[in-house]
Design a binder for this molecule. Structure first.
Ligand code: BES
Ligand code: MN
Ligand code: ZN
Length: 465
């Protein structure tokens, strides 16, 4: 879908002119007022739509009226949802182009473009029959700058969703490394197995041992002009999580190609930075591997030594994400960054606690956490803080090593958090658990089933400052 901007779209010939209606108010089009509002009593409740044919009375063939709800409740979130609703309606009627002429109080160009691009998304690469798409939309009223930024964000989300939706056989550790190596304006170093061994990443290395796919440790770097602040973004990159020898039951394993959604997010953010040009130094780090059962797999009872020297007794091979993140966190801390953010499909417990619309956030700095929560809110995502009380560490006690990799099922998201904390030394740190939000089993709000690009918008806005 191509997205354009024009000052005034009222008189532009197109298939569909999309306009809005607030409850209790008229629309900007007489035809819509006569037919939709007066005759058919279209109220304009939020998300409702009304389609009418114009029979040549205006340059557009049809008018699509979108309900914007109560004017005082309208905001950027509603704009994004309304535009995605409209685009889905346009797809349904097989419209190929449309002009959007919204009568609103702010420049919602960014949210509008993001909403359009989320709705335009389909993962139909492997389908013979492709999804119905709108070729071109034109926004009136919004500024080009806002819309352009929205397009960068929308594009980043699409990029992340594509990588996470791909079968594990395609999105392998080597493939992620290849993608990272081909990002414009980003310098990338890939470490292979021998180098990972030499760096002393015994926790990460153990997880990948059972797979024929070699592990790839990916370090990307973006350097903004006059960069003062240094941030590291770590994405969990388990290209497939079978559980390992503690193998998952079929229903739980089915979607585990999504276990690199954190990595997909970090790749997408790094890629978009070149377009946004923020004045920061950003390191994108992914310890990519597969968690597979085989004769060479790591085993329950094994003792692993992480990069910082701490030893870990393997209690459950399915708690692999934290092992790979442990070494990635050590690596990031050694870079001397000011802040580290890891984003990971880490625990089923987080899904139980918060569901599929809210990500969990934990960390060692309350200010950083609250800025991230606020940034998420302004970005159309939801983060909720979970605690890292020291009591959670009790269940990780091991008789034979410094800690175990799993503890009690109760409070599982926080237990994973306190485990990760053991590998953070120096920087401010936040951990975002996107196990519930990264991949949808059925459509939800503006998203179709599958990968959502969780975290992309928030981290882009956060890095932009
Ligand atoms: N990748 C999973 C977590 C997950 C669960 C992501 C559901 C997305 C949806 C993770 O590696 C895992 O298996 N976690 C275990 C940890 C347990 C063994 C302590 C879990 O949550 O069951
Ligand atoms: Mn697992
Ligand atoms: Zn996992």
């Amino acid at each position: 879908m191509e997205i354009k901007v024009l000052d005034d779209v009222k008189h532009v010939p197109c298939e569909v002119l999309v306009i809005n209606k607030f409850q209790g108010e008229k629309t900007s089009q007489e035809l819509a007022n006569t037919y939709a509002v007066d005759k058919d009593h279209f109220e304009g409740k939020f998300g409702e739509t009304y389609l009418l044919h114009t029979f040549g009375q205006i340059p557009a063939d049809k008018i699509l009226v979108v309900g914007f709800g109560k004017k005082e409740e309208f905001d950027a979130d509603k704009m994004r949802l309304a535009v995605s609703k409209a685009v889905k309606k346009l797809q349904q009627i097989h419209a190929k182009n449309a002009c959007f002429d919204f009568d609103v109080m702010c420049d919602y160009g960014k949210s509008a473009a993001i909403g359009a691009m989320i709705a335009d998304y389909a993962f139909d690469k492997y389908k013979t029959e492709k999804a119905t798409r709108v070729d071109e939309i034109t926004f009136g009223k919004f500024s080009e700058k806002e819309v352009k930024e929205g397009i960068v964000f929308g594009d980043a989300m699409k990029f992340a969703r594509d990588i996470a939706n791909e079968p594990a056989d395609f999105a392998t550790p080597s493939k992620l490394a290849e993608i990272a190596s081909n990002l414009d304006g980003i310098t990338t170093k890939i470490y292979d197995k021998e180098e990972i061994e030499r760096m002393g990443m015994g926790a990460y290395l153990a997880v990948g041992k059972g797979s024929i796919q070699p592990p790839k440790f990916i370090h990307m770097k973006y350097t903004g002009k006059n960069a003062k602040k240094k941030i590291a973004l770590i994405g969990k990159g388990i290209c497939f999580d079978s559980g390992g020898l503690d193998i998952k039951p079929p229903a739980s394993m089915l979607t585990m190609r999504d276990d690199m959604s954190g990595a997909a997010c970090v790749l997408a953010v790094m890629r978009a930075l070149t377009a946004l040009e923020p004045d920061v130094e950003v390191h994108g780090i992914i310890a990519a591997c597969e968690n597979m059962p085989s004769g060479s797999s790591y085993k329950p009872g094994d003792i692993l030594r992480a990069k910082n020297g701490k030893t870990i007794e393997v209690d459950n091979t399915d708690a692999e994400g934290r092992l790979t993140l442990a070494d990635a966190l050590c690596y990031a801390c050694e870079l001397g960054v000011d802040e580290v953010i890891d984003i990971a499909t880490l625990t089923g417990a987080c899904v139980v606690a918060l569901g599929s619309t809210v990500a969990g956030i934990m960390g060692n700095d309350e200010d950083m956490i609250s800025v991230l929560i606020r940034t998420a809110k302004n970005s159309g995502e939801k983060f909720w803080e979970l605690p890292l009380f020291p009591e959670y560490k009790d269940s990780l006690k091991s008789d034979i090593a410094d800690m175990k990799n799993t503890g009690s099922r109760q409070g599982g998201a926080s237990i994973a958090g306190v485990f990760l904390k053991e590998f953070v030394d120096g920087p401010k740190w936040a951990h975002i658990d996107i196990a519930g939000t990264a991949f949808l089993e059925k459509p939800q709000k503006e998203f179709i089933a599958g990968a959502t690009g969780a975290g992309v918008r928030t981290l882009l806005n956060y890095v932009k400052g």
